[in-house]
Design a protein around this ligand. Structure first.
Ligand code: ADP
Ligand code: MG
Length: 486
């Protein structure tokens, strides 16, 4: 990475994903978010004596989908284990997870990201394992300084943990991996993966080593960072911190860190404990999870088109560049929008161009997904048609975009209402060009002296007179014709 060229950055990610089920992993309590505390609990969630867990079949199905979609080998037999630790939000005193025999292992994702030169690069990131586990409850520390409260609505909610190999080499790669992973999980409907609701939570393991070293350096793990932007920022901050330590000849100490997004700073939560401390052992209340091969194959056959395949198809069917197709498919919603707009008559390449640039920029600024805006594919197709037929300049279309995203509406109607129609009347443009030339003799002189930039200045003057509503290429032609011709 360029900001620390003397070290190689090594990143491995652990992602906890909430499966999209109606009820919890081992009880009939509803999975809900933001409800009154402790309204979705059963004796199993509360760990009342004698209550026994019963595995949720839908959760298994969704976990298998996730395993297949990430190219893992899904094992016909896996084992639930008890991971023992004490915490007030864990009434049983152990979390049911999988340890020695997880559901799935040995997968990978091909991840696209822009390298330092801005070129699209593909990198394969290994997935070590995916295991099923239950979530813990929540401790609420808000309000008074003395009391804490426990909400067990989340206790027992089904999760999968997806553990990557330490294959990523920069914050950008880590961000791209997470985006790809989320797109896949959403596509196969294993999870809504809404980060704000804690349905997709990432722990980032980071270490540094000298280029050429074969052994990994000591790592730290930054817990539960809740947005892609913050994951990248947290990794960057941690790389910087470790590099400073190594520069000073200090050793990196294994630790669990938290990230304070407001201050863009890391803080130590605890020095790292070993996995052994958890005293994992197979849960005697649960028999091995056995899934017949035939069932796994049936689930495989029922999966929808995955992002990689879709990207290749879109590029192929519509003549898009690999980068455009990758950007569209990075969000299933954006790719859906693209296909609907094309079905509504939008020219495909223009649609891809606009969606991956202007529209994507507007969405990024507002931190929105396309489906959360008021823009619909039909209106987008009409907007592009106005541009293609020359009734609207690209510049005016760009100006109209935020309004369409926020308020919706018919682009053609908005264009007439606002008087945004392009000035395409050749006669009118000629007159404006003559006016500009007449009042700018100096610019003409320097143009003729070889300063071709003067033409840009003159163009700017004409564009100003049309309030930006003329086709710049046409204005340039007209001016150049007059300057070079006479
Ligand atoms: P634990 O479960 O104790 O956190 P694991 O060995 O299962 O430990 O690793 C968890 C994650 O840390 C994995 O994603 C792995 O790729 C990553 N990881 C392991 N060693 C390193 C390292 N030296 N640098 C960066 N990431 C690492
Ligand atoms: Mg870990």
């Amino acid at each position: 990475m360029s900001f620390r060229p003397d070290y190689e950055v090594v990143i491995g990610l652990e992602v906890h994903v909430q499966l999209r089920t109606r009820t919890k992993l081992f009880s009939t309590a509803a999975v809900s978010y933001g409800d009154e505390p402790n309204h979705h609990t059963t004796p199993v969630c509360l760990a009342l004596p004698g209550a026994l867990p019963v595995l949720n079949g839908q959760a298994v199905e969704l976990a298998v989908r996730a395993g297949i979609a990430t190219n893992c080998e899904v094992h016909p037999r896996s084992i639930f284990a008890r991971k023992n630790y004490f915490y007030p939000d864990l009434p049983k005193g152990y979390q049911i997870s999988q340890f020695e025999e997880p559901l799935a292992t040995g997968g990978w994702l091909d991840v696209e990201f822009e390298d330092e030169k801005g070129e699209l690069t593909t990198k394969r990131v290994g997935i070590t394992r995916i295991h099923m586990e239950e979530d813990a409850g929540k401790s609420l520390h808000d309000g008074s300084a003395v009391d804490s409260h426990i909400d067990l609505n989340r206790a027992g909610v089904p999760l999968i943990e997806i553990v990557s190999e330490p294959d990523m080499r920069s914050p950008a790669e880590a961000g791209a991996y997470l985006r790809k992973l989320r797109a896949i999980l959403r596509t196969v409907e294993a999870s809504d993966a809404d980060m704000e609701k804690g349905q997709f939570r990432c722990d980032a393991n980071v270490s540094l080593r000298r280029h050429g070293d074969t052994q990994l350096g000591t790592r730290t793990e930054t817990k539960n960072v809740n947005s892609f932007r913050f994951v990248e920022a947290a990794i960057e901050a941690e790389v910087e911190r470790q590099a400073r330590c190594l520069d000073e000849g200090e050793e990196i100490r294994q630790a669990t860190l938290g990230y304070d997004a407001d201050a863009d700073r890391l803080f130590v939560m605890r020095m790292k404990e070993n996995a052994d401390d958890y005293r994992y052992f197979p849960d005697p209340d649960l028999i091995p999870l056995v899934i017949e091969e035939a069932r796994i194959e049936q689930i495989r056959a029922g999966l929808p088109e995955l992002p990689d395949r879709r990207r290749a198809r879109l590029a192929d069917e519509h003549g898009l560049t690999a980068a455009e197709a990758a950007k569209l498919v990075a969000s299933a919603a954006l790719a859906d929008f693209f296909e609907s707009a094309v079905a509504a008559g939008a020219p495909a390449r223009a649609a891809a161009h606009w969606l991956t640039r202007e529209v994507a920029a507007c969405l990024n600024e507002r931190d929105l997904e396309i489906e959360a805006t008021a823009l619909v594919p039909d209106a987008f197709a009409s907007l592009l048609e106005l541009v293609e037929t020359g009734r609207l300049t690209a510049r005016s279309a760009r100006e109209l975009l935020p309004e369409l995203l926020e308020g919706g509406g018919d682009p053609a109607a908005l264009v007439s209402e606002r008087g945004l129609e392009a000035v395409s009347d050749e006669g009118a443009l000629e007159v404006l060009a003559d006016e500009v030339l007449a009042s700018n003799p100096k610019a003409i002189a320097s143009y003729r002296d070889g300063d071709k930039k003067s033409l840009n200045f003159l163009m700017g003057q004409v564009m100003k007179k049309t309030q930006g509503k003329a086709d710049p290429a046409r204005v340039r032609q007209i001016l150049a014709g007059k300057l070079d011709g006479s």
